[in-house]
Ligand binder design. Structure first.
Ligand SMILES: C[S@@+](CC[C@H](N)C(=O)[O-])C[C@H]1O[C@@H](n2cnc3c(N)ncnc32)[C@H](O)[C@@H]1O
Length: 284
């Protein structure tokens, strides 16, 4: 029997987000701002966290300095950069390797300049930024020391790094994640690496930053944002279903896999297998 042709999203999937960015981009005009922001804060995105990041930027900025520019490295769909710009008046720029995510970010938030680029080779001038955000990216880059050195290069002396991600507190977390993968029940999304908290802290410092604040705690989901995200998912799915490609079998499989991955990840966080660290560092 001939194989069912793949729809254009599944035929050319974005590595991290599958077909979602292109479809999200296509429905952007129909979405209210809150829904756009909620849907576009991926991996990190809750409002209390963004508030804490913005407060830290305020705390460590010289009193006479205007806010920004701040570079959001691995900016994804641009949600955190757009939120900081809209609600805290911070001039933000996003750097993101995925062409689809960049296109989605530009469609959702035309006010945020987006540059295509890799954290390990930032297309940015030395010392041009007041701060760098690295939100949900350390678990994805291949070379964390290199990425943090690059962030340091782009930020002026005295500037700020705000980093958040899910990490393991000891090697048993890495072992458990490896075993779950080997057993065919991955608890973390494809490509995600479990870094150890102590290694992340040491790597930040080795890259020329001094950690001034750090904390480990659960995510603080905001009901309004969770609801908005789910609503956006429904809008995106029904949009895809109405296209000539339809929501084909491959799309449905991709969706089911994504939902399973999200559930397992939530269980891994709830069960304490991985923990969310948030840290703020100053450039020395
Ligand atoms: C979990 S998402 C977080 C996106 C965004 N920071 C946020 O909080 O909404 C991780 C992002 O890291 C990006 N990423 C993966 N590898 C990267 C790399 N080598 N350099 C920069 N970004 C990378 C992915 O494309 C994705 O957009």
């Amino acid at each position: 029997m001939p194989a069912t042709p793949l729809c254009r999203w599944c035929a050319e999937p974005d590595v991290e987000f599958g077909w979602y960015p292109s479809a999200l981009h296509e429905v952007a005009d129909a979405l209210p701002t809150t829904a756009r922001l909620a849907a576009a804060c991926r991996g990190t995105g809750d409002r209390p966290l963004l508030d804490r990041v913005a407060d830290a930027l305020d705390r460590y900025r010289g009193p006479s300095t205007a806010p920004g520019p701040v570079v959001d490295i691995g900016a994804g769909f641009g949600g955190p950069a757009a939120w900081l710009r809209r609600y805290r008046g911070v001039a933000t720029v996003g750097v993101e390797p995925s062409a689809d995510a960049v296109a989605a970010a530009r469609g959702l938030f035309p006010e945020v300049p987006m540059v295509r680029g890799d954290a390990m080779r930032l297309p940015l001038a030395d010392g041009a930024y007041e701060a760098a955000l690295v939100l949900g990216v350390v678990s994805l880059v291949d070379d964390v020391p290199r990425a943090l050195l690059e962030a340091r290069r782009a930020v002026r002396a005295g500037g700020v790094l705000a980093l958040t991600d899910y990490v393991g507190l000891d090697v048993s977390a890495q072992q458990a994640v490896r075993e779950a993968r080997a057993a065919g029940h991955p608890v973390l999304p494809v490509g995600t690496k479990v870094r150890l908290l102590r290694d992340v802290l040491a790597t930040v410092e080795a890259a020329g930053w001094v950690v001034v604040e750090s904390g480990v705690g659960p995510p603080e989901p905001d009901e309004q944002w969770v609801d908005a995200r789910e609503e956006v998912d429904r809008v995106v799915e029904s949009h895809v279903a109405r296209t000539p490609h339809g929501l084909g079998a491959a799309c449905r499989r991709a969706l089911r896999a994504e939902r399973r991955a999200r559930t397992r990840f939530a269980e891994a966080v709830d069960g304490g297998l991985v923990s969310r660290v948030t840290l703020v560092a100053r450039a020395v």
